[in-house]
Design a protein around this ligand. Sequence first.
Ligand code: 4IP
Ligand code: ADP
Length: 352
Amino acid sequence: MVTTASDPVSVARRFQDKLWRHRMLPMVQKMFTALQCRYQDKQSLQQWRKIRNMVHWSPFLQCFKKKYPWVQLAGHAGNFKAGEGGTILKKHCNREAKCLKKLMGDLLRSYVPEYKGDVERDGEKFMEMEDLLGDFDTPAVMDCKMGVRTYLEDELVKARSNPKLRKDMYQKMIEIDPTEPTKEENAAKAVTKPRYMVWRESISSTSTLGFRIEGIKKSDGQSSRDYKMTKTKEQVAEAFKFFTDGNQSLQKKYVQKLMALRATLENSTFFQSHEVIGSSLLFVHDKEGSHVGVSLIDFGKTMSMPEGQKLDHRLAWKEGNREDGYLCGLDNMIAVFNTLAECEEQNLAEEF
Ligand SMILES: O=P(O)(O)O[C@H]1[C@H](O)[C@@H](OP(=O)(O)O)[C@H](OP(=O)(O)O)[C@@H](OP(=O)(O)O)[C@H]1O
Ligand SMILES: Nc1ncnc2c1ncn2[C@@H]1O[C@H](COP(=O)(O)OP(=O)(O)O)[C@@H](O)[C@H]1O
């Protein structure tokens, strides 16, 4: 197309150029000078590096708010969206929504994210709930999956009658241990879900301690989801130490929180009447270790027991009794945190 100096396209272009040179460019130049000054001293430079590392290394890092980068430590990618006014939206799941509703009227209420009901976004249904990181500046977060078992009895029954082979789970398995699959599994390049889940339980602390670490993100941005083979008490203690930066008073605070949670669980009607599978405890503290929280999340595989039947949560699981070993896990977790805090105390005493 041929244009003349006075045609509308040329006029618009000249106007754009003028706007850029006289208004935008000076503003951008000013911003650059200000940034340069800000990051000139050593301390600021270190701050900047921390921010940059955090962005590079954080698992599923999403910026929901300006105050802190929201972090999803475990679970399914793409399951969450930012809500309004300090809430998050999780993809709707009937079973979980039902549990959250019940929990709002249970003794456990203060230990679960406040459930605000269901909302629709872009034609999809979500559960709106409190963002447990909302009250924290630069929070440190840890997700621990509770229980000796991570699959429902129902899933086991279904897998037996209709075994589905999962290529994705075979891939995840050989990434950790290429020698684990059987000849048949190697030939099919697939495993069943219960086979994968039981194996994951056996290589981590789930089967022995009744909980496992899924992920950790610290206030300084360091984070890891590399806990799949963290199995012994010593390995777990090491990870807890990393999470708490060896801060003994913080470890003691967590022991207190966990003990209070255990007392509440033991008296909760909801807990007594539900098989709690694949649910996590979300640990959160601020940079100084003064503000501390422990909450229950993820009720996607929490099933109510038939009317009148109660679970003990400490009895050994035998197929059919639906026991989940949740409280065994909590007992062990408290013991590990306690021993860790005592060791730190001894170390401190030895230093003086
Ligand atoms: O942690 P890795 O080894 O990746 O294995 C995952 C977790 O166990 C998930 O549990 P969670 O959501 O509690 O983290 C589970 O989802 P379910 O809870 O739906 O069983 C996934 O099953 P699939 O979604 O079937 O892939 C399974 O692949
Ligand atoms: N209410 C919440 N507040 C803050 N973070 C949360 C909340 N719920 C979940 N998360 C984050 O998302 C991750 C996955 O949550 P989860 O409910 O287990 O998802 P999924 O059902 O996909 O497994 C957790 O590890 C945690 O980091």
